[in-house]
Ligand binder design. Sequence first.
Ligand code: FAD
Length: 316
Amino acid sequence: MLDALVIGAGQSGLAVSYYLRKYGADFVVLDAADTPGGAWPHYWDALTLFSRAEFSNLPGWPMPHYDGYPPRDHVVQYLTNYEQRYDLPIRRGERVSRVVHRDCAFTANGLTARNVVMATGIWSAPFAPFVPGSFAGTQVHSAHYRRPEDFAGQRVAVVGGGNSGSQIVADLALAGVDVQWFTRRPPQYMPNDVDGEQLFRRNRARFVAIARGDGDPGGADFGGDIVQVPEVRRAKEAGLLEARGMFGSLSELTDFDALIWATGFRPALQPIRGLDPDTPGLYVLGFDNLNGPGAGTIGGVSPFARDIARKITGKL
Ligand code: FAD
């Protein structure tokens, strides 16, 4: 009988593992992937963090410095080195399809533990809204978008007015791909000087206020939700980020060869479907809307991970 089973070895799984190790827990991490880095290796080639390395630290060991916004591969390398540095007990190629709860214990993939931490992220649960009609071209979700070269010579529609949508449109347009952006409402940009650092500070202040029992002061109103990372700013200044209102039917897209859904994700919690979320010993980690402000970011997950590890080990 283990103290804990952690499912998922992305940044959230690593953060809670750090504290479980620190507090002396006997635990195992199960991860479906064969390689480290959680969702990061799957993101598109040009993706950078929206905050500098100093604001993207997991507990114990800060992200190495990078001039400017760290690219995807810098994050993957950091997470790879992190799990090696702490010699975390990660078993790879272990997809969990179901967590069973019986007699005050959880069982998954033949292992039994008193506690389970679902750190499964969002990447494996992409979401796209239902739109009537049919589309003859290629459809992909932003989860599987990689690079503009894959769309060379095509006319591409991108749906979604958030950060992924704006960044993918910018990536395609700056590479000369013929792209049209569709959004439900006009894109709302944060001011030029607002990036992940301000979001991080705000999330931390909210976390502290909630932890003190002062209530949630709420998110800051930055006048929009799109962070102007350098690529977005460049495309915007070049007039390449013009959005059109959302189409009512897929059948309207006869002029397009490909359609990219940048319409978000849901928590990948299928393995615990049917379990009462209040089951003692059952924890989820890495979701802003389930844990609290910043829990879904590299720099913000630590206090939530520490809290869970303390509850599991009784170190309150
Ligand atoms: P993941 O990284 O998705 O890791 C989950 C792990 O669980 C994976 O290794 C997966 O293999 C495993 N897993 C999933 N299901 C199972 C299962 N059933 N059984 C076994 N294993 C399973 N945050 C920032 O702080 N800064 C940013 O700049 C930033 N940019 C982002 C850009 C994009 C496009 C997106 C989508 C998110 C971004 N985020 C950013 C948010 C966040 O950092 C990432 O979503 C991050 O990957 C979440 O980490 P995680 O560990 O919670 O989940």
